[in-house]
Design a protein around this ligand. Structure first.
Ligand code: GAR
Length: 216
């Protein structure tokens, strides 16, 4: 009888910065660590010791590297330290989850189509420099849009710009505040980010120009 050879799990690193809650990190960990999924969260890299993800990683026994940009002479040196940590652990996918720093072109080149980001709106609308957190939802409400949502995309050299992997739509209610809309979008984020990671880990994503195909 033919024996099934177990496929090694894709090793993932999650990058966070700022004062994020780490709720996407938590959603990723819970989804990928439950059952025989195709991925494993190997490393958390945080640009800030105080953020929620660091505490959450501790309680899940996930290796955590806190690197302060202040310890480095340049953005390039900072990103090189992260790249070295990732490459030396055989990590295949880097997931930004509330990582508000712009990655250097060198880092992006090294991990092209292997870095994902989650954004709390339907890109290509309501993205770009300065568009993060509640500002995004304020802009959506001000625009009068009836729908918003979440986008998972590969990262390229421009803010919130790389090829789109997955999106989820949520309604904008007449009485929404930026916070109520953010809460609704966040629930969608927690659903689609682990889904996109699983597709990557199963080798089902291919990128052609700006289009990402989900292969059967
Ligand atoms: C998430 O809403 C994510 O979409 C957003 O930061 C939040 C982090 O929350 N990212 C951006 O705005 C990137 N442009 P979390 O720490 O609870 O995961």
């Amino acid at each position: 009888m033919e024996k099934q050879v177990p496929h090694p799990k894709s090793q993932i690193a999650v990058l966070v910065s700022g004062h994020g809650r780490g709720s996407n990190f938590q959603a990723i960990v819970e989804a990928v660590e439950s059952g025989p999924g195709p991925a494993h969260v190997r490393l958390l890299v945080s640009a800030n010791a105080e953020c929620g993800a660091v505490e959450r990683a501790g309680s899940h026994g996930i290796e955590t590297l806190v690197l302060s940009p202040k310890q480095f002479d340049s953005e390039l040196a900072f990103d090189e330290a992260i790249a070295e940590a990732i490459a030396s652990r055989g990590i295949e996918l880097v997931c930004l989850a509330g990582y508000m720093r712009k990655l250097t072109p060198e880092f992006i080149r090294q991990f092209r189509n292997r870095i994902m980001n989650i954004h709390p709106a339907l890109l290509p609308a309501f993205g770009g420099q300065g568009m993060y957190g509640l500002r995004v939802h304020e802009a959506v409400i001000e625009s009068g849009a009836k729908f918003s949502g979440a986008t998972v995309h590969f990262v390229d050299e421009e803010y919130d710009h790389g090829p789109i992997i997955a999106q989820a739509i949520v309604s904008v209610a007449d009485d929404d505040t930026p916070q109520t809309l953010a809460d609704r979008v966040l629930r969608a984020e927690h659903r689609i980010y682990p889904e996109a990671i699983a597709l990557f880990a199963k080798g089902r994503l291919s990128v052609n120009g700006r289009r990402v195909r989900v292969n059967p």
